[in-house]
Design a protein around this ligand. Structure first.
Ligand code: C5P
Length: 216
C-alpha cells in the first residue's frame, strides 16, 4: 500500500491537443505536446491505479500499464471521457481547442482565385466543466490552467468557475509548451502549494503523491 497508494483506484487523464477539421486535409490545432499529461498517467499507473488516458494527436509512447484511447477532436475527447466513467479521479491536462470550424467541408477546399471564405467557428464543449457538473462526477476533479500573468488569481477564479477541486496552474510565459520542465502551483480551496521548476515527470509524481494523500 505504501508503494502502490492508488491501488484499486481508477484515474482518468486527458492529454495533448485536439485537432479540429476544416476539410479532409486541414485542421486547427495548438502546440500542446502531451508530455505533462502522459507523465501524470505514467505516475498514476506506477502508483498502482488503473489508468485511462484519453489522448489527442501526439507522438508519444503509451506509458506501461496505461489504457490509452486515441481521439482527434474535442467532441471525440468528450465522448471518450464519458465512456471511461466511472472514475475516482480525473486529471484533465488536455489543451482542448476552444473552437472548431462550424462546418467541415467534405472535400478539400480549393483556391479559385477569388477572396477566401471566412472560417466560421463554433464553440467546443468544455469537457472539464461538463464532467465537474455531471451526476457521475469523479470524487476528485483536477483541471490545468496555462497562464502568462496573475497565475494564481486566475487559477482560483477558474477553480470556482469550473467547480473543480484543484487547479494545477502553470506559468507558460517562458518555454513550457513542448519543453521538459514545468513550474506549477496546485490551487485548492485550502490554499496554494507552489512547486519549484522541475522536470514534468517529477511534477507528475508530486501531483500523484498529493492525489494519494487526498484519497487516503
Ligand atoms: O478554460 P481553460 O481552457 O483555460 O481551462 C483549462 C482546463 O479545462 C484544462 O484542465 C483543460 O483540460 C480543460 N478544458 C476542457 N475542455 C475544454 C477546455 C478546457 O476539458 N473545452
Amino acid at each position: 500500500a505504501r508503494h502502490r497508494p492508488l491501488f484499486g483506484r481508477h484515474v482518468l487523464v486527458t492529454a495533448g491537443p485536439t485537432h479540429e477539421a476544416i476539410d479532409p486535409v486541414r485542421y486547427i490545432a495548438n502546440r500542446s505536446s502531451g508530455k505533462q499529461g502522459f507523465a501524470i498517467a505514467a505516475a498514476a499507473a506506477e502508483a498502482g491505479a488503473r489508468v485511462t488516458l484519453v489522448a489527442g494527436p501526439v507522438h508519444l509512447p503509451t506509458p506501461p500499464g496505461v489504457e490509452r484511447v486515441d481521439v482527434e477532436s474535442a467532441r471525440e475527447m468528450a465522448e471518450a471521457v464519458e465512456s471511461a466513467l466511472p472514475a475516482h479521479v480525473a486529471v484533465m491536462v488536455a489543451a482542448v481547442a476552444d473552437w472548431r470550424p462550424a462546418a467541415v467541408a467534405d472535400r478539400k477546399i480549393k483556391k479559385d482565385g477569388t477572396e477566401p471564405e471566412p472560417l466560421a467557428l463554433a464553440e467546443n464543449p468544455d469537457i472539464l466543466a461538463t464532467l465537474a457538473a455531471s451526476p457521475r462526477r469523479p470524487g476528485l476533479v483536477i483541471g490545468f490552467a496555462a497562464e502568462t500573468n496573475d497565475v494564481i488569481p486566475h487559477a482560483q477564479a477558474k477553480r470556482l468557475r469550473k467547480q473543480v477541486d484543484w487547479i494545477v496552474a502553470n506559468d507558460v510565459s517562458g518555454d513550457v509548451m513542448g519543453g521538459d520542465a514545468n513550474a506549477v502551483h496546485i490551487v485548492r480551496e485550502s490554499g496554494v502549494d507552489s512547486l519549484p521548476r522541475m522536470p514534468k515527470d517529477q511534477v507528475a509524481r508530486a501531483l500523484v503523491e498529493r492525489i494519494a494523500d487526498a484519497l487516503a
